[in-house]
Design a binder for this molecule. Structure first.
Ligand SMILES: *[C@@H]1O[C@H](CO)[C@@H](O)[C@H](O)[C@H]1NC(C)=O
Ligand SMILES: *[C@@H]1O[C@H](CO)[C@@H](O)[C@H](O)[C@H]1NC(C)=O
Ligand SMILES: *[C@@H]1O[C@H](CO)[C@@H](O)[C@H](O)[C@H]1NC(C)=O
Ligand SMILES: *[C@@H]1O[C@H](CO)[C@@H](O)[C@H](O)[C@H]1NC(C)=O
Ligand SMILES: *[C@@H]1O[C@H](CO)[C@@H](O)[C@H](O)[C@H]1NC(C)=O
Ligand SMILES: *[C@@H]1O[C@H](CO)[C@@H](O)[C@H](O)[C@H]1NC(C)=O
Ligand SMILES: *[C@@H]1O[C@H](CO)[C@@H](O)[C@H](O)[C@H]1NC(C)=O
Length: 388
């Protein structure tokens, strides 16, 4: 079984079904065509980005206290002392449904910290948030080891021996190839950011992935790019001063189109094993002046209907006409502004002692980018699993 313990959902509707299937995987795979499979609706009719947000008594899928093995405490709003948790009790109900197959699969997330949230969410979902000593850390197989002096490795990879499923995450905020530059004026240490070249990690390990989920978006700001000392390159040479920097959204679109084009050209070489997804941008709440303090679920409505395209036109157009599938989570996540980390100003529960042993006033977190977990990235994963 997938992860073994916990994670039991007895729901009847499609999303719950997907989770149930994860649990029953072994049995299902062992039997022949099941009625379950036969009753799945036509994929043509499914649009995972449309649907509605409904209350679900079986939520949350795991405990934000318990999932310590995978979940960063800064994203575990229960640990961080958020007072309201009504946001945990909803799920997304799309029209679609499909059969996930996870056994013997390697599922890779490559992207920014929102991709890392989705990765941690999937680990918690797969284990029901319970400690799972049987899960193997196989990061070394992908070169994901903590360099000396670094705060953390560039990613993580874990294998579930019972299903031979590996889930991994690699941090690539921009989905471009970052190569240290040979500059002597140190500091700052400059890094060439090759907008037309996917990260080396992706080129190296693509042949070992069965499913790949890409995302980028939140690092495409002048201050982040300059702050990281990233120097944009195209065609192997530094771009003309200002050409992309004066319009970062152009650089972002150029990069997203480049990586999608590269990946699409690779897919036939890995067919039919490899399935690729590009997740649309996670909405951030600038509307409230960066003060996403709503705590009332569904105050923005509960439903997405209509035939409009994705709210993320860049990703939508980049994958249009390719074999890459869109994982369109923007609109449904935007309904859920109350589930960002900072609905209330959070402070870590146990104030940290500083070097001088003075109890510091914990800085108030006002994070309108990341999501509390359990929470919205769980929904992204349900949509993702349903589409594998
Ligand atoms: C695990 O899955 C891989 C394919 O992803 C396969 O090559 C390997 O034989 C499997 N190992 C076991 C022990 O089932
Ligand atoms: C997983 O891999 C093992 C070993 O290669 C194989 O026996 C088994 O049938 C595979 N399962 C699936 C669902 O492919
Ligand atoms: C980096 O600089 C060193 C010393 O100036 C030089 O020998 C080397 O060839 C340079 N490498 C590249 C890739 O430019
Ligand atoms: C990169 O090279 C291509 C083809 O040679 C050219 O069309 C394009 O303008 C170049 N881009 C930049 C930014 O130099
Ligand atoms: C929420 O944020 C808005 C906009 O910044 C502000 O006007 C309002 O007073 C805040 N409400 C609470 C309860 O903090
Ligand atoms: C996708 O590409 C087709 C053909 O180029 C075009 O007609 C269509 O408008 C595009 N759709 C989107 C959503 O960009
Ligand atoms: C901080 O506290 C520790 C133990 O409580 C003590 O050993 C240390 O000397 C203290 N440091 C300072 C700067 O007061």
């Amino acid at each position: 079984m997938f992860g073994g313990k916990g994670y039991i959902l007895r729901g009847s509707v499609s999303l719950a079904l997907v989770i149930f299937i994860l649990l029953m995987l072994t049995t299902l795979l062992a039997s022949e065509e099941t009625p379950l499979r036969a009753s799945l609706c036509d994929v043509q009719l499914c649009n995972y980005a449309k649907g509605k947000c409904v209350r679900d008594k079986k939520r949350p899928l795991y405990s934000g206290y318990e999932c310590k093995q995978w979940l960063s405490s800064m994203w575990a709003c229960r640990v961080m002392g958020r007072p309201d948790f009504s946001f945990e009790g909803y799920r997304w109900q799309p029209q679609g449904c499909n059969m996930p197959l996870m056994q013997n699969k390697t599922i890779a997330f490559i992207g920014d910290s929102l991709g890392r949230q989705q990765f941690q969410s999937l680990m918690c979902m797969a284990t029901g948030g319970k400690d799972s000593p049987e899960v193997q850390n196989v990061g070394w197989k992908y070169g994901l080891v903590k360099p000396i002096g670094a705060p953390r490795p560039d990613g993580w990879a874990y294998r579930f021996p019972s299903t031979n499923t590996t889930i991994l995450y690699y941090w690539s905020a921009s989905l471009s190839d970052l190569v240290p530059m040979n500059n002597t004026d140190d500091p700052p240490r400059l890094t060439a950011m090759h907008l037309d070249r996917p990260p080396a990690f992706m080129r190296t390990y693509l042949h070992r992935f069965d499913v790949l989920v890409l995302n980028t978006g939140h690092h495409w700001h002048r201050y982040k790019i300059e702050g990281n000392h990233w120097v944009m390159h195209v065609n192997g040479t530094k771009v003309v001063e200002g050409e992309f920097l004066k319009d970062i959204s152009h650089a972002k679109a150029f990069t997203i189109h480049s990586v999608a084009k590269w990946l699409d050209a690779q897919l036939p070489l890995h067919h039919p094993r490899l399935k690729a997804f590009f997740r649309t941008m996670s909405p951030m709440d600038w509307n409230t002046g960066g003060n996403c303090n709503n705590t009332v679920p569904l105050s923005r409505g509960s439903e997405i209907t209509g035939d409009d395209g994705s709210m993320d036109a860049t990703v939508e157009s980049a994958v249009n006409g390719t074999r890459i599938k869109i994982l369109d989570i923007t609109a449904l996540s935007e309904l859920r502004d109350e589930a960002h980390i900072s609905g209330s100003k959070l402070k870590p529960r146990k104030p940290k002692k500083t070097a001088s042993n003075v109890t510091s006033t914990a800085p108030t977190v006002n994070d309108c980018v990341h999501w509390c977990l359990p929470g919205i990235p769980d929904t992204w994963n349900e949509l993702f699993i349903a589409q594998i």
